[in-house]
Design a protein around this ligand. Structure first.
Ligand code: SAM
Length: 232
């Protein structure tokens, strides 16, 4: 039995401290997460220790209802990895058989990740896996034919903010939402503590003309990480 619930969207529900998404691929668990039914509909548990976006949804104070893309949105995901967070975003943006008509372009540098993303795209229509480097738009930018509503970057490498700013400028619609998951240890700051790194990155985003709606410290769920939610 689920306890007291509230909805973040048509597909995302909060039950106590747990987040659940309406499973677009019935009886299929993507990364070992638990499945359960509520009023005849199957949901998957979104593990906030395995997903920075899941952690940010758990930790956001003011913007919890704003972080997710809308159903049917066009999205760009830079550093999609093996598809853990992506699968939950797909539940929200596309749903079963892409009934919501969404599109998520999922870019990753690693051929091993791409193999998993290609497999995922076969069972989750609306996903478009792309083997590419987030820093080199010229190689894959053509796959993003219209500006996107929602952009998430989670690449954990040096220069994360610069990569994000360039990508937001090129691919995000005016009024669109951008999420930067930042790993402090990936940045080359010397003698600077984590909090200072997070604040310096915030300034960098603001200096680039982006509005930081919330800076969400993920400590305790995803240590050494912060997620910035910006609008353009
Ligand atoms: C922390 S993992 C992503 C986890 C994933 N976002 C999730 O929550 O399920 C970081 C990923 O970024 C990819 N990556 C690193 N540098 C990249 C770059 N320059 N362009 C594209 N992908 C990159 C890595 O191959 C890795 O899969």
């Amino acid at each position: 039995m689920m306890g007291k619930k509230r909805r973040l969207s048509w597909a995302v529900m909060i039950d106590g401290r747990s987040i659940w998404t309406r499973n677009a691929v019935l009886k299929h668990s993507q990364y070992g997460e638990s499945l359960r039914r509520f009023k005849g509909t199957e949901y998957r548990r979104w593990d906030p220790t395995r997903s920075k976006l899941g952690a940010a949804l758990s930790r956001a104070r003011r913007t919890q209802y704003d972080l997710l893309p809308e159903e049917g949105d066009t999205c760009l995901y830079l550093g999609a990895g093996h598809g853990t967070s992506l699968s939950h975003i797909h539940d929200q943006v596309c749903g079963a058989d892409n009934q919501k008509g969404g599109r998520i372009i999922a870019v990753d540098l690693s051929p091993r990740c791409l193999r998993d993303l290609v497999h995922l795209s076969k069972i989750r229509p609306g996903l478009v896996p792309v083997l590419g480097d987030a820093r080199k738009h010229s190689a894959w930018g053509v796959m993003v034919s219209t500006k996107v509503d929602w952009l998430l970057q989670d690449v954990s490498q040096a220069g994360q903010a610069e990569i994000f700013i360039k990508s937001v400028k090129r691919f995000l619609k005016p009024g669109g939402k951008g999420l930067l998951s930042l790993k402090a240890a990936s940045e080359r700051f010397t003698d600077t503590n984590e909090r200072e790194v997070f604040n310096q990155i915030r300034e960098q985003l603001e200096d680039a003309g982006l509005t930081v709606q919330e800076q969400i410290d993920l400590h305790g769920l995803e240590d050494n990480h912060c997620l910035y939610y910006i609008t353009k």
